[in-house]
Design a protein around this ligand. Structure first.
Ligand SMILES: NC(=O)C1=CN([C@@H]2O[C@H](COP(=O)(O)OP(=O)(O)OC[C@H]3O[C@@H](n4cnc5c(N)ncnc54)[C@H](O)[C@@H]3O)[C@@H](O)[C@H]2O)C=CC1
Ligand SMILES: O=C(O)[C@@H]1CCC=N1
Length: 273
């Protein structure tokens, strides 16, 4: 079965829900009229409605008219939302895709009270430019449904399948990771401004340099240190700058931040229950 022919309900049209809906249409593989986006205040979905998406504040209506249910509410909003749709979820018809951090597939089926297939997906905000690193995992979905979900997220970036117990780690590394890399680009641009470039110019230069660094690794499949070795001339300015950063804990700060995010992500649902 081809996922492009299926109707999709995106329950919770906030940042990620709206970005995902728009990204799917931007891929050219989905028509907006096949996607229903919900939000409690639907006036905030006016722009999506103008673009041809169905919008509603009624999750039951969205579920009834779709085969794929993508859950994009916050962990602390999930139970209330699931309680409103559980009577309408049909395990024979529906596949649930949840991007909600810290919530297992089992948490969802328990709350709904039905053994519906659930795939967890962890995309990042780069779905807006179809460059997401999305990890998918499941405890009970069929291979065919995993393939359907992979097809869906492949249209907005790259998708890999991982074990469900690693999805919290993927949240920290890839979903939160976007913010970590953005902050490092901003910091680089601030350094650039201090040494002579206008802020906008420095930001553009830093962002393109970061893109170049990522592209080197993705296209050459080399290790970062191999690429770093090519930049660091003996007694040169690169190694001087790098070592200064390491004296201030650059690598350590990133590692500690990622571990902190993973710990926090793992508890997002239970701490609000
Ligand atoms: N922001 C990100 O980069 C990522 C977020 N996630 C996960 O995605 C989920 C959404 O995150 P964001 O988009 O950042 O949050 P958000 O707060 O922007 O979006 C949640 C939306 O759900 C709506 N909502 C809440 N209850 C509802 C209900 N009963 N019916 C319909 N709509 C309802 C809210 O009004 C809001 O617009 C979270 O669970 C988060 O852990 C996952 C990967 C990346
Ligand atoms: O900050 C958060 O909790 C969400 C989950 C991953 C990215 N944003």
């Amino acid at each position: 079965m081809n996922i492009h022919s299926k109707r999709i309900a995106v329950l919770g049209g906030g940042n990620m829900g709206a970005l995902l809906a728009k990204g799917l249409v931007a891929s050219g593989n989905y028509a907006p009229e096949h996607i229903t986006v919900t939000r409690r205040n639907i006036r905030l979905l006016d722009a999506l409605a103008k673009d041809g998406f169905h919008v509603t504040d009624n999750n039951k209506v969205a579920v009834a008219s779709s085969e794929i249910i993508v859950i994009t509410v916050l962990p602390q909003q999930l139970n209330k939302m699931l309680d409103t749709i559980k009577d309408d979820v049909d395990p024979e018809k529906h596949l649930i895709v949840s991007i909600v951090s810290g919530v297992s597939g089992h948490d969802i089926t328990s709350r709904i009270g039905k053994e519906v297939q659930v795939v967890r997906a962890m995309p990042n905000t780069a779905i807006a430019v179809r460059e997401s690193m999305t990890c998918i995992a499941t405890g009970n979905a069929s291979k065919a449904n995993m393939e359907l979900v992979k097809q869906l997220f492949d249209t907005v970036g790259e998708t890999i399948e991982i074990h469900e117990e690693l999805i919290t780690s993927a949240t920290a590394l890839c979903a939160c990771g976007i913010a970590f890399f953005l902050r490092s680009i901003r910091a680089a641009s601030q350094g650039g401004t201090e040494i002579g470039f206008h802020a906008a110019e420095a930001l553009h230069m830093a962002a393109q340099t970061a893109k170049g660094a990522a592209s080197l690794l993705l296209t050459q499949k080399t290790h970062p240190e191999n690429e770093i070795d090519k930049v660091t001339s003996p007694k040169g300015c690169t190694i001087a700058g790098l070592n200064e950063m390491e004296h201030f804990g650059f690598s350590s700060a990133l590692i500690k931040g990622i571990i902190m995010s993973a710990n926090k992500a793992g508890g997002l649902y239970t701490e609000d229950k």
